[in-house]
Design a protein around this ligand. Structure first.
Ligand SMILES: Cc1cc2nc3c(=O)[nH]c(=O)nc-3n(C[C@H](O)[C@H](O)[C@H](O)COP(=O)(O)OP(=O)(O)OC[C@H]3O[C@@H](n4cnc5c(N)ncnc54)[C@H](O)[C@@H]3O)c2cc1C
Length: 529
């Protein structure tokens, strides 16, 4: 029997398994539905294009038709492989803002304020410039500068300066206001996933077992104590038992497993014929960042659209990567970033831009055949709340994902302001030489109401679902601040699901921090501290 059994070897699961197995007395079992990460497109940065929408690496989910997006369904990639989403994501390294974590603490999540969690961010890190007040070095997770720049992005940054967004070289000090190139989780031109950074070195330890290709169907209980997991592989079910059970299956699959195990909204479980062990709002409180993809045609500019469509362009890109590990093949999907406020009433930046020297009709479609730039903007602290609910008692059926984007007047107003501010940046003198012409959403949208409508037309996920097993000190929370599922024993959730409120930035580094903190708390408990 294992001391700890973890479901899901994604960003959080890899970190937790690696940290817990540092203690040779602990026997740790990590279970993953997907396959090994020995797949070249995971490691070559541009390979995310081939990992998303590929059943080898992606759960291939879709959202339910979303009223805020005028009934559109979105493809909703989730990593299904060792490393989880960290094996297919955009590699951008962003911790969020100090105010996010201070907000969690204020909500009753003792131990989760910025001063509490900052040392854990530093502990994971191997920052390319070495240790400093804000960065760690010598940790497993390598963070580097990107290995390319684009003239048009440099000019976009200058245009942002013109509207009062200051230049910054570091979005990770707790205050991310500014414009600059993102840092990435890469080493020498290759992706550094949680599997590569944390899990692979730990897999040499005799006290860590990693099983791939095993689908966790539900938690097994004796009374109200979790004692194991029911797995399914190759047409047969088996039960693995453990002293402590941890769900790290991510913000979509963790609530699914909990609901299938009888922990979830009572009415939903009854409708599905599942005996209710605990009536809890599991799967509710889904939060995500909606990116509004605004694009401009440009003249006399080098963009990826022209380069990547021509055979000689592709050849040059391939040769550059082979020889120097630089250029577009080393590229994160977004290179330049900016954080700013949508209005003077907002205390800290509530907008983030991902700026790309390319354009496409919709995510997953080919690049346009004209020169263009995309300045995708998202509202970092949306009020809209969606849900994840099982649609069937069959564990092999995907859950229903309903993000409910743009479902509050406040979110629609912020979307309108976000598009307006993006247009203001594009109208500044440093970009004038490119003669930008807006084609998405299009100049026909002008009033707040029209722009909010346009947001529903061009909006798409930026892949940050969180919050579906909310942490809190109140009775309505799914897990307590030590991440123990309330109302049962021996069961924890450690992944992006526990965030009470989404962070003001991308969610991978915060998830890795959550796993670092869980490992410290679990080790303390097991040592009887
Ligand atoms: C396309 C994409 C781009 C992104 N870009 C960025 C970015 O650039 N920067 C950033 O900070 N964030 C980014 N994110 C978000 C970030 O990667 C996630 O927030 C983070 O990885 C979530 O980690 P997690 O551990 O909660 O879940 P995951 O990493 O999803 O891990 C869950 C794991 O559990 C496994 N699993 C699920 N169900 C079962 C089951 N029933 N049985 C067994 N195993 C199961 C999954 O296969 C997976 O390996 C991106 C995400 C995506 C999808």
């Amino acid at each position: 029997m294992h001391d700890v059994v973890i479901a899901g070897a994604g960003s959080a699961g890899c970190v937790l398994a690696a940290r817990l197995s540092e203690d040779p007395r602990l026997r740790v079992l990590l279970i993953e539905a997907g396959d090994s990460d020995r797949y070249p497109w995971i490691h070559i940065p541009i390979g995310y294009l081939y990992c998303i929408g590929n059943p080898r690496t992606d759960w291939m989910y879709k959202t339910a038709p979303d009223p805020g997006l005028h009934g559109r369904q979105l493809i909703y990639p989730r990593g299904r492989v060792l490393g989880g989403c960290s094996s297919i994501n955009g590699m951008l390294y962003l911790r969020g803002q100090a105010a996010d974590y201070d907000g969690w603490r204020q909500m009753g999540c003792t131990g989760w304020g910025w001063d509490d969690v900052k040392p854990l961010f530093l502990k994971s890190e191997d920052y390319f410039e070495g240790p400093s007040e804000h960065h760690g070095a010598g940790g497993p997770w390598r963070i580097e500068r990107q290995r390319l720049r684009w003239d048009i992005l440099d000019d976009w940054a200058k245009a942002a300066n013109e509207v009062g967004i200051p230049a910054t070289d570091d979005f990770n000090t707790g205050d991310n206001e500014g414009v600059g190139y993102f840092k990435v989780s890469q080493k020498s031109g290759f992706r550094v996933s949680a599997a590569r950074a944390f899990l692979r070195p730990a897999m040499r330890r005799p006290n860590l077992t990693v099983l791939t290709g095993r689908h966790v169907r539900r938690v097994v209980f004796e009374g109200t104590r979790a004692v194991g997991l029911e797995l399914y592989a190759d047409g047969r079910a088996e039960v693995v038992r453990g002293g402590q059970i941890v769900l790290s299956a991510g913000a979509i699959n963790t609530p699914q497993i909990l609901q299938l195990s009888g922990i979830g909204p009572g009415a939903l479980l009854q409708e599905m014929g599942i005996p209710v062990l605990r009536d809890a709002p599991v799967g509710e409180n889904l939060q995500d960042h909606l990116q509004l993809r605004c694009s401009w045609k440009v003249s006399e500019a080098r963009t990826l659209n022209q380069l990547a469509r021509r055979w000689w362009g592709k050849g040059m890109i391939g040769a550059e990567y082979l020889l120097r590990r630089t250029g577009p093949m080393s590229m994160a999907p977004s290179q330049l970033g900016a954080f700013a406020r949508s209005s003077p009433d907002v205390a800290t930046p509530d907008l983030e831009w991902h700026v790309q020297p390319l354009s496409l009709e919709a995510f997953g479609q080919p690049l346009h055949d004209f020169a263009a730039i995309t300045a995708s903007v998202c509202h970092l602290r949306p009020e809209s709340r969606g849900h994840v609910r099982i649609g069937s008692p069959d564990p092999m059926r995907p859950p229903v994902i309903s993000p409910h984007y743009l479902s509050t007047p406040g979110d629609r107003l912020t979307a309108a302001r976000a598009i307006r501010l993006t247009r203001r940046i594009m109208a500044q003198q440093p970009l004038a030489k490119y003669r930008p012409e807006e084609f998405k959403p299009g100049p026909e949208y002008q009033s707040d109401e029209e722009l909010a409508h346009a947001a529903g037309v061009v909006g798409s996920t930026i892949f940050h679902p969180v919050g579906t097993a909310r942490m809190g000190a109140d009775e309505g929370a799914v897990v307590d601040p030590r991440l123990r599922v309330r109302g049962v024993e021996g069961l924890r959730v450690v992944d992006a699901s526990i965030m009470p409120v989404i962070t003001s930035g991308n969610t991978n580094a915060p998830t890795i921090m959550i796993a670092e903190k869980a490992a410290v708390m679990m080790a303390e408990e097991m040592r009887g501290i």
